[in-house]
Ligand binder design. Structure first.
Ligand code: HEM
Length: 480
């Protein structure tokens, strides 16, 4: 009888493959062969680091709907954002993995249903509110001032600078100030202290893949027994968070930072905000708020060095506005329309989260362009795919053209702009990101010029859940 086992195993696999490929409610949706019966295509493209570009190519070939796994359809359609992200639908199981280091550390991001998500988000709202974030502006100024002085050193020495490193140091240090009342010290040290930045890339790849294997993840590396022994690959970022909390306790000059507001919230309603949840949320904030900002700043300068006409125009706008403060204020930067268009276009060209934001079709089903999707199907919207759609952004969608945000179609395109996601799960740190990015771009573009060591060399990046470019060394020249 034993000799039958391989045959029964093979027959079962063939049956599952046949059923998924030919008898599923999404069998009529085109896509790669592997995706018609498994998640193998997604895993392979994530490991290759090009899932965003591959998805865009497939939409170019097949149109509005592409089957990217046996149970998931990527949608690139004028109604996609309204029907899928704003609806609001439950998030796919994938998101559970972002409870780090294990499932006891729940956050809004790891929460799948919109109701519980809203309740968890309320705990964090005061800390992320613009009125509170703005109180940190002087400390953001300090960090930008320090970055300027480090850039000046590179300029004086005429040595090569890697902006991916320096923008990450800036973003981490600002997070430290805003969340823990103290910079992490990356800018001061001029290096990746403790390998935090290098590790966060490995962590992102691990998390992006582990999201497809929740049960295995929870039984193995995402198991409390493992995480309590600090053996998790995700441990590094958690250690960074714990160290920052520890240092904050010793700090006699703690301000009313984000952590103080969240701790107050927990004191008032401990039943609604557990200690583990608080730690999870701090961890999520540190994890979400550095690479994304570094990617945004890089995209701004990378594209402007390649489009001198836009660079000249943004410099002129700042000069005409007579902004002479050593660090330009948030309000002044927010009032420069062309600068704002350049920033937005940088986000459009390079959304720092270039991954399928997947939601689950509810019992009532979802119909898009007459196509009925059955309950349980995963529908996803990928910011990169949407932003590069010629149907949504015009024939020049692949071109960096900030003028598009000042033209007659700007409002219409704005509805398709999803660098920060959309709906209940959209980015809660957007105010912080905007504060630092508006100020840093305005100040640095006014005070420095960058030239790529090899102007023909494209940057590199690996698209996991987030993506941060690298590999475009520059020379920097101080202007004032
Ligand atoms: C330009 C920089 C940033 C971009 C483009 C960005 C983009 C995003 C995107 C696309 C999502 C997920 C949406 C989804 O899954 O549907 C997200 C979630 C999130 N981001 Fe950001 N982000 C940025 C910076 C930040 C910063 C600086 C922080 C905090 C300091 C932050 C905190 C968060 C949090 C907490 C979530 C989870 C939201 C939730 O599930 O309720 N982000 N972000």
């Amino acid at each position: 009888m034993l000799y039958l086992i391989p045959f029964v195993g093979a027959a079962t696999v063939l049956f599952v493959v046949f059923r998924r490929r030919y008898l599923s409610s999404i069998s009529d949706i085109p896509g790669p062969f592997l995706a018609s019966f498994s998640v193998a295509w997604q895993l392979w493209r994530i490991i290759k680091g090009d899932i965003d570009r591959q998805c865009s190519k497939l939409h170019e070939k097949y149109g509005h709907f592409v089957r990217i796994s046996h149970e998931e359809v990527s949608v690139c359609h004028p109604d996609a954002i309204r029907q899928i992200l704003l609806n609001p639908l439950h998030k796919s199981e994938w998101y559970s993995v972002v409870a780090l280091p294990d499932q006891r550390f729940q956050t809004p991001m790891s929460t799948l249903d919109p109701k519980t998500h809203a309740q968890r988000s309320r705990n964090l709202a005061a800390g992320f509110a613009m009125t509170h974030v703005m109180k940190s502006e002087p400390y953001v100024d300090d960090a930008i001032r320090l970055l300027k002085s480090r850039f000046s050193e590179f300029s004086d020495r005429k040595s090569v600078i890697h902006l991916d490193h320096w923008f990450n140091y800036l973003a981490f240090d600002i997070l430290g100030e805003i969340v823990f009342s103290q910079a992490f010290g990356f800018l001061e040290a001029g290096q990746d202290l403790g390998g935090s930045i290098a590790n966060s890339k490995a962590l992102t790849l691990y998390v992006t893949l582990a999201g497809f294997f929740q049960s295995i993840h929870r039984l193995t590396l995402g198991n409390p027994i493992i995480s309590d022994r600090k053996l998790m690959p995700t441990q590094h970022i958690f250690d960074t968070t714990l160290r920052a909390i520890d240092n904050r306790q010793k700090n006699t000059q703690v301000r009313k930072d984000i952590l103080s507001l969240w701790m107050k919230q927990r004191e008032e309603s401990p039943e609604k905000f557990s200690e583990k949840e608080l730690y999870g949320c701090v961890n999520m904030t540190v994890g979400a708020g550095a690479d994304t900002v570094s990617a945004s700043l890089q995209s701004f300068f990378y594209h402007l060095t390649r489009y001198p006409q836009h660079l000249a125009k943004v410099k002129k706008e700042i000069s005409d506005a007579g902004l002479t403060d050593d660090v330009i204020s948030y309000t002044d930067a927010a009032n420069l329309p062309f600068l704002q268009a350049c920033i937005k276009e940088a986000w459009r060209m390079f959304p720092p989260v270039p991954f399928a934001l997947a939601r689950v079709v509810p019992a009532s089903g979802v119909t898009i362009e007459g196509h009925y999707f059955h309950p349980g199907t995963k529908l996803s919207v990928n910011p990169h795919v949407i932003h590069y759609s010629r149907e949504l952004f015009g024939d020049d969608a692949a071109e960096y053209n900030p003028e598009r945000w000042l033209g007659p179609r700007a409002k219409e395109m704005d509805r398709q702009f999803i660098a920060f996601g959309a709906g209940f799960n959209s980015c809660q740190g957007r105010n912080i990101a905007q504060l630092e990015i508006y100020k840093a771009t305005a100040t640095i573009v006014r005070d420095f010029d960058f030239k790529q060591v090899d102007p023909k060399q494209d940057w590199k990046y690996d698209a996991y859940f987030t993506a941060t470019p690298y590999g475009w060394p520059c020379y920097v020249q101080k202007l004032r």
